[in-house]
Structures are given as C-alpha cells and as structure tokens.
Ligand binder design. Structure first.
Ligand code: RBF
Ligand code: MG
Length: 383
C-alpha cells in the first residue's frame, strides 16, 4: 500500500525536547530536587503549559507557579548545574535514533531547531552517539529574536539549509512548535509527548503516536527499510511480574484472554515506550514459553485511565493463572493503538495482530529470543 504523497520535501527539521529525547519528564525530576532549595515542594503543577517554551519563559512560569522570590536570571543560574547532571541520563525517545541515522544514511539533510539554548542543545545531544554529525544545522532559541511559536527559528533553519521553507518537513511534539512550523509554511508532523490530547494538534498535517510510525515516503523521502512482514524489530526490552486480574473487559467483552501485568511495577519502562501493539515471547513460571502479542497504553476504545500492559499468550490455557509470574521479552512493534468504530472491528484487528505476531516469531530474526534466559529466571527447575 503506497500512501498518497502530501507534499514532497527535501529536508527535515527536528525539534529536540520531547521529540527526540525524553526531556519533558526530566524537567519535573530536576524540579523535584531543586524546589526544596526554595522551601517548596514539587506537585506537578504547570507541567502542561511549560512544554514548547523557551528556557526563560519556562523559568518565569515556574517562578510564578510556585511563587518563588527570585528573578528569572537568578533562577536560571541556580538551576543550571542541576540540569547538567540530568542531561546525561536522558533517554532517546523510541524511534529517534533510527530516524536520525536513516535520514543521514540517505543523504537527507536535517536541521535541529530547539527553543533551548545552543549550549544546552549541544550538551544534551552529546550523550547520543552519531547525532551531532548527522545534523547539517543546529539552531538554539538564543540565536533568534523570538522562540516558537514564532516561525522565526524554522525560517532561519530553512535559510541555513539553503532551501525554501515549503521544502521542509518539521517534526514536533508541542503545540507552540506546530504553530511555528505551520506559520513558516512548512509541512508538520506532530508526535505529541502528552497522550490523548490529539485534538490540540489539529493544525498539524499529520499526528502520529511515536517516531516509529513516521511514514517518510508520504513526503517523498526515502522510506524506512526495516519493516518486515508487518513488524518492526526493536531493541528488546524485558518486563515481568505476577499476572493480575485485568479490567476484565478484555476477556469478557472481547473474548481475548489477556494476562494483565501490574503497571506500577515497571512504570519507568512503560514511560520509555510508546503505547501500541507489540509482540515477543512470554515465560510463565514453571509452565512454558509462549508466543505473545500485547497492547500497552490506554486502549482508546475502552479509554482506560491508566497505561496498561495486556499481553495475550498465544496458547490454549484451560484455566486462569492469576498470581503466577509472567516474564516477557518484547522484540517487535506492530502498530499504534487505534480507536475502532466498533467492537467487532477492534476484535478483528486484534486477531490480525495475533496472526502477524505468530508468523513473525517463527522468523530467525525473532525466534532466537525464545531461549532468552530471563524468561526462565523464576523457574524452580530447568527442563
Ligand atoms: N484496544 C484499543 O482500544 N485499541 C487497540 O488498538 C487495541 N489493540 C490491542 C491489541 C492487542 C494485541 C491486544 C491484546 C489488545 C488490544 N486492545 C486495543 C486492548 C483491548 O481493548 C483490551 O484488551 C481491553 O481494553 C481490556 O482492557
Ligand atoms: Mg519539544
């Protein structure tokens, strides 16, 4: 299936915070530690309206939110060393490294345009191998008069790339960034860093769930070559815990016996991975190792309040196994979660996911993970 071309572009302009690296969460981590110095306690306020702001604007917002008695400049000087420590620990978002390397390998020029200062950008990207060399242009918020939502930074990026703004594709997570990209006359893909707020991103040309879902060929750019039989291999990740009774709806309404895992046990792993449908191998304590397809996220159809993990073990069990230890190695991605028009459409699609996963897991690329020792770490005896 070839998607319809939107408008061919020649260059890509990437945002950094919240688009390539998971900084939005880290800002809160820093504030938690830092506000204590001012005798305040972090309570999560203001997180939503800080995204996409310049450092100065964000600092001003925090001072106001918490009623701090200091100037913006004092605050920024004070907080700087705390951030430097944190940058080294910030993870790349799913698909960020893949996107940068792919574009670079195909000679598509990339600009990095961030409201952060140039110095801050350089620090943050220095922890990611091969990134700096992949960007033809890097622009910080301190190099323009006005940060996003003004189009200035993107127009300046196009100028330095020596292309017309209309030949640029912007990838952005925040609303101010999208506004800036459209005002610059560019194509804009939104990758929201805040879930379930799709309605805020209406002016983007497309809204995607994660960078893994970006279809570059829609803009006439070289398409990713790593998809295979409807699956995308990912760096494997490992989670496990006792099987808990799920919301119950999965089994009852859908007739799909998912074995839910407690989301609190590995919230950091969950926050590092986009919601969506994944597959891999499952080790069930003292029973066996089974093929597995799962959804992680909020499941739009049921509108779950919590990010859930719902692996479906592809085997006929004749009874429930609540409380038993279930370990998973997740090896591939299939698709983002979707909101289906009807329950039967959702069920059909989940069965399609099952077929894709079952077939893929027989490919050497994925089948070897069946022997991952981790899957058996809870077992009393080896077979
Ligand atoms: N729920 C959705 O609302 N959208 C989806 O795209 C979706 N995909 C799923 C894929 C798989 C493989 C599985 C096992 C479940 C999926 N679900 C999806 C979740 C289903 O709605 C879930 O079992 C119920 O939400 C029960 O809590
Ligand atoms: Mg951003």
């Amino acid at each position: 299936m070839t998607p319809s071309i939107r408008r061919p572009v020649s260059c890509v302009i990437l945002d950094l915070d919240g688009t390539l690296i998971d900084t939005e969460g880290s800002v809160d981590d820093v504030l938690k530690v830092f506000l204590v110095k001012y005798g305040k306690k972090w309570d999560g306020r203001g997180t939503l309206n800080r995204t996409g702001k310049t450092q100065k604007e964000a600092a001003a917002a925090i001072i106001e939110d918490y009623g701090l008695h200091c100037s913006v400049e004092e605050f920024m000087t004070d907080v700087a060393p705390f951030f430097t420590d944190f940058w080294s620990k910030i993870k790349a978002l799913p698909g960020a490294d893949r996107l940068i390397k792919h574009l670079h390998r195909h000679g598509v020029r990339i600009a990095l345009a961030s409201n952060s200062s140039k110095d801050g950008i350089e620090q943050k990207i220095s922890y990611h191998h091969g990134w700096k060399e992949s960007f033809s242009v890097i622009i910080g918020g301190d190099e323009v008069q006005e940060g996003k939502p003004s189009p200035e930074i993107f127009l300046e990026a196009a100028k330095r790339l020596n292309v017309d703004p209309s030949s640029c594709l912007v990838v952005e997570d925040s609303v101010p960034g999208i506004t800036a990209g459209k005002a610059a006359g560019m194509e804009v893909v939104a990758v929201p860093s805040i879930p379930n707020q799709t309605h805020l991103y209406g002016s983007a040309d497309e809204v995607i769930n994660s960078l893994l879902d970006l279809q570059l060929e829609k803009w006439g750019l070289p398409q990713f070559e790593d998809w295979i039989e409807g699956t995308l291999p990912i760096d494997p990740w490992y989670i496990g815990g006792p099987v808990i009774k799920g919301y119950g709806r999965g089994s009852k309404i859908l007739g799909i016996p998912t074995a839910n895992l407690p989301p609190d046990g590995f919230s950091d792993v969950l926050s590092q991975h986009s919601s969506g449908v994944y597959f891999g191998w499952a080790g069930l304590e003292n029973r066996g190792i089974y093929k597995m397809v799962m959804s992680i996220g909020w499941n739009p159809y049921f509108n779950n309040a919590e990010k859930t993990v719902e692996p479906w073990l592809l085997h006929d069990f004749n009874k429930d196994f609540y409380g038993e230890q279930l370990l998973l190695v997740v090896v591939g991605y299939i698709r983002p979660q979707a909101n289906f028009a009807s329950l039967s459409d959702l069920i059909d699609r989940i069965h399609e996911d099952r077929r894709i996963a079952e077939k893929a897991l027989d490919m050497p690329l994925y089948s070897g993970y069946k022997d991952t020792p981790y899957l058996k770490t809870m077992w009393k005896h080896d077979e």
